[in-house]
Design a protein around this ligand. Structure first.
Ligand code: GRF
Length: 210
């Protein structure tokens, strides 16, 4: 049971050229994986020239290697300021001619250094129906608030955390016996459906803006 808005047809999502995606991820990378799958099965006319991760033991690194994607570790612990990390990220993405930046579970706050280098081209996914439950532990926040419906949101990133124009959302029910694990799993199923679609949607917008 879910509600997705808006669900687009493959025809509506067709891109006239290949969108180059620079992915940033901190953890497991299941969203990174579905992006690669969507590209492989031609749902998304894209390529991922580079994956940046910040935690040395992040599982996403192995997924990247499995998909033959170049991976770079930029460990935030090695940078004095958030801006310094973002500057390094910008340099990597510019060197790879990236069209869109995809934050696929990037657990760092981004600064204007990144956002101004790629204006309206940084996409984030968040496990709640924004503007509800911003910030960390969004799934736990929804359980604590005892809401009956939550979900996920793909949006353009802005300086304010988990805020910005919404591309797509999907809603899921919360059941009496849900734990944060069962609820997060239900939300992630929907994330995996809408993320490639929302990326295609934004790519279409930037290609026609040019
Ligand atoms: C997702 O739930 C996403 O909404 C949040 O971080 C999680 C990343 O999951 N920002 P994964 O690493 O893609 O599996």
């Amino acid at each position: 049971m879910s509600f997705i808005s808006p669900l687009l047809t493959p025809e509506q999502l067709k891109l006239e050229k290949t969108v180059k995606l620079g992915v940033m991820a901190s953890g497991s990378g299941s969203n990174f994986e579905v992006i690669c799958e969507a590209i492989a099965n031609q749902q998304l006319n894209g390529e991922v020239p580079i994956l940046i991760y910040n935690n040395p033991d992040a599982k996403v690194k192995e997924r990247g290697e499995r998909w033959g994607v170049k991976t770079i570790l930029l460990n935030h612990r090695n940078y004095k300021k958030r801006e310094d990390l973002d500057q390094a990220i910008v340099e990597v993405f510019q060197a790879h001619n990236i069209d869109l930046i995809i934050m696929a579970g990037w657990m760092r706050i981004v600064t204007k250094v990144l956002l101004e280098a790629f204006p309206n081209k940084v996409i984030n996914i968040h496990p709640s129906l924004l503007p509800s439950f911003r910030g960390i532990h969004a799934v736990e926040q929804a359980l604590a608030a005892k809401v009956k419906v939550t979900g996920c949101t793909v949006h353009l990133a802005e300086l304010e955390v988990d805020h910005g124009p919404i591309l797509m959302q999907a809603a899921v029910p919360i059941f009496e016996d849900d734990t944060s694990e069962t609820l997060h799993a239900r939300i992630q199923e929907q994330e995996h459906l809408i993320f490639p679609q929302a990326i295609a949607l934004r790519a279409q917008q930037i290609f026609t803006e040019k």
